[in-house]
Design a protein around this ligand. Structure first.
Ligand code: ZN
Length: 287
């Protein structure tokens, strides 16, 4: 592996992250978000039971993997977080609709349903023992915590979700539901397809330019195409509503560069026909 693709633990620490590992399951933890009172983690592909291609920790995608595999993988992943948890997810549709979880009974999928049946890409809550979780494979997973009110949120933002300002919808809903102030927020952005790899075409470039103007998100590659920086796009959005840059932590890892650690839809879908799903979760630290 070329030296520049190795992300040292020291580099991770500089950005506020560290690895947690238990029984071969590994997750990236945002230390400042944890210190602010929020259990959090971004999964890797290591240590599971799915054939993607082997021993993979795929945490969602009931149409591409056996339910028993996904449920066993989730059980292993959740062991990284001491305490009793109910996982609240959603059927993600690359939009900016919000699910508010008001009680622990609401968190779990409906009876007789394996996966989540609520269509959304943002989950907010302030309920103890609820873990808000979003699934990704290249898209940007964003976790938010407000140490003042105890509100938290998980956001799934690929290019469509970023274009729809999903992360700002999360901030706005946290303000509306819990009185969250932007400057109190702590934000962790996990591994995703980075500006080093994520090439998009004219439909994406035009849509962003039309909505946001020239924001320096694109690096031209070939006619009509450019690499997009969704990390910058999301951090710019957060800063535009008063979230402090020193309270935004971005994991310095690209899922397309590091398919040894993460699932990448763009790298693996055509190669293997199916792709595992990572999960990012956040909840209140048990007291
Ligand atoms: Zn990359």
């Amino acid at each position: 592996m070329p030296m520049e693709t190795i992300t040292s633990d020291n580099q991770l620490a500089v950005h506020g992250f560290y690895w947690r590992e238990l029984d071969g399951i590994r997750a990236l933890i945002c230390a400042p978000l944890e210190q602010d009172g929020f259990v959090n983690g971004f999964s890797t592909r290591l240590g599971g039971v799915s054939d993607m291609p082997t021993k993979a920790l795929s945490l969602a995608g009931f149409n591409e993997d056996r339910a028993e595999n996904i449920l066993e993988n989730r059980r292993r992943f959740l062991k990284l977080f001491p305490g009793e948890w109910s996982l609240a997810g959603c059927w993600q549709v690359h939009g900016a609709d919000v699910r508010v979880v008001n009680a622990i009974e609401e968190a779990k999928p409906a009876e007789n349903q394996l996966g989540d049946t609520i269509y959304c890409d943002v989950i907010v809550s302030n309920v103890p023992q609820v873990l808000a979780g979003v699934k990704t494979a290249d898209c940007v997973p964003i976790l938010l915590g407000d140490p003042v009110t105890g509100a938290f949120a998980a956001v799934h933002a690929g290019w469509r979700g970023t274009l729809a300002s999903a992360v700002l919808v999360a901030v706005g809903r946290m303000r509306q539901e819990y009185g969250t102030k932007s400057q109190d927020l702590r934000v962790a952005i996990g591994a995703s397809a980075g500006p080093c790899c994520y090439e998009v075409g004219p439909e994406v470039i035009d849509a962003f330019t039309e909505k946001f103007g020239d924001t320096g998100l694109f690096a031209s590659t070939r006619p009509g195409h450019a690499k997009i920086d969704l990390l910058k796009a999301n951090t710019d959005q957060l800063k535009s509503v008063g979230v402090l840059s020193q309270r935004i932590h971005v994991a310095p890892i690209c899922t397309m560069c590091r398919t040894d650690l993460f699932f990448s839809y763009r790298k693996e879908k055509t190669l293997n026909g199916k792709v595992g799903r990572l999960m990012a979760v956040v909840g209140l630290t048990p007291r």
